[in-house]
Design a protein around this ligand. Structure first.
Ligand code: NDP
Ligand code: 8X3
Length: 252
C-alpha cells in the first residue's frame, strides 16, 4: 500500500495555510498543522482527520527553542515530513519608514524571515537524509517590488525571495525541491492583522475589485506539489486579474 505524503504547514489556522490544509486533506496528504490559536487547530483536526491523519503543533515561529523541540518530537508516524509549506507570516503596520513602529518591524522580520528559517532548520535534516522533499516558501509580490509604506514588510518578503534562492542552491545536491509562491492581494485575515484589528480599514483593501481568495493560492500550491518529481516550480507570481502591480489595481 502506498503511504500518504506528509505535509507540515505553518500558519494553518487561517487564510492560505488553512485553505492549503483542506485541499491537501481532500487529496490524501497527511498533515502536521501549526499555528498559535489552539481552538482553530483543534477545529481543523476534527474536520480533516475524517480524511487523513492529522497532528497539530502549537508554537510561535519566533521561539526557536519551541520550533525545534516541537518539530523534533513529532510522533514517529509524522516525523518523516515530505512537504514543508513555509506560510506563517503577516504584515504589521503600513507607515512611511520614518513613522514605523519598532515592535512592528521586529514582528515582521522575526516571524516572516527568522521564523521561516527556524522551521526550515528543523525540517531540512530529514529531507537531506532521505534525499527527497519539497519546500514551498510563501513569498509575495512584496518580495518582488517595493511599494509606498511597505518598506519593512517588503524587506521581509525580499528576504524570503533570497532565502528561497539560497535554499535551492544549497540543497541542490540532495534532490530536494525548493520553490516560492508569491501572491498579490489575497482576501484573508492579512489586512486585519496589518491594521491591528481595524476590520473596516481592512475590508476597504479588497473593495471595488475581485481579489484572490485563499483557495486560489491553495489550489496553486497543490498543483505545485503534485508535479512529477523532476519538475520543480521554482518561483511563481500570481495576482488577481484586476491587479497589475503592487500599486496598480483596477478598482471600479
Ligand atoms: P492570515 O493572517 O490569514 O494567516 C496568517 C497565518 O500565520 C495564521 O495562521 C497565523 O496563525 C500564522 N502566524 C502569524 N504569526 C505567527 C507566529 N508568530 N507564529 C506562528 N504562526 C503565526 O494571512 P494569509 O493567509 O494571507 O498569510 C499567509 C502568508 O501569505 C503570509 O506569509 C503572508 O505574508 C503571505 N501573503 C499574503 C498575501 C495577502 O494578500 N493575504 C499576499 C502575499 C503573501 P496564528 O495566529 O494562529 O499563529
Ligand atoms: C501581501 C500583499 O500587496 O499587501 O503580501 O504586499 S501586499
Amino acid at each position: 500500500m502506498n503511504k500518504n505524503k506528509i505535509a507540515l504547514i505553518t500558519g494553518a489556522t487561517s487564510g492560505i495555510g488553512m485553505a492549503t490544509a483542506k485541499i491537501f486533506a481532500k487529496n490524501n496528504i497527511d498533515l502536521v498543522l501549526c499555528g498559535r490559536r489552539q481552538e482553530r487547530l483543534d477545529m481543523l483536526k476534527n474536520e480533516l482527520e475524517k480524511e487523513v491523519a492529522v497532528h497539530t503543533l502549537n508554537f510561535d515561529v519566533r521561539n526557536k527553542t519551541a520550533v525545534l523541540e516541537q518539530i523534533n518530537s513529532l510522533p514517529p508516524e509524522f516525523l518523516d515530513v515530505d512537504i514543508l509549506i513555509n506560510n506563517a507570516g503577516n504584515a504589521h503596520g503600513l507607515e512611511p519608514i520614518q513613522d514605523g513602529n519598532l515592535d512592528d518591524w521586529d514582528a515582521m522580520l522575526d516571524i516572516n524571515v527568522k521564523g521561516l528559517l527556524y522551521v526550515s532548520k528543523a525540517v531540512i535534516p530529514n529531507m537531506i537524509a532521505k534525499k527527497s522533499g519539497h519546500i514551498i516558501n510563501i513569498g509575495s509580490t512584496a518580495g518582488k517590488e517595493v511599494y509606498p509604506n511597505g518598506n519593512v514588510y517588503c524587506a521581509s518578503k525580499h528576504a524570503v525571495d533570497a532565502i528561497n534562492q539560497g535554499m535551492r542552491i544549497d540543497l541542490n545536491p540532495y534532490n530536494i525541491r525548493i520553490g516560492a509562491v508569491n501572491p498579490g492581494m489575497v482576501e484573508t485575515e492579512f489586512s486585519e492583522v496589518r491594521f491591528k484589528g481595524d476590520t473596516a480599514k481592512a475590508a476597504k483593501v479588497y473593495q471595488g475589485f475581485k481579489p484572490l481568495q485563499a483557495l486560489d493560492i491553495a489550489d496553486i500550491i497543490h498543483f505545485v506539489v503534485t508535479r512529477p518529481y523532476h519538475v520543480n516550480i521554482a518561483d511563481l507570481v500570481v495576482m488577481s486579474t484586476a491587479q497589475a502591480s503592487s500599486t496598480i489595481v483596477n478598482k471600479n
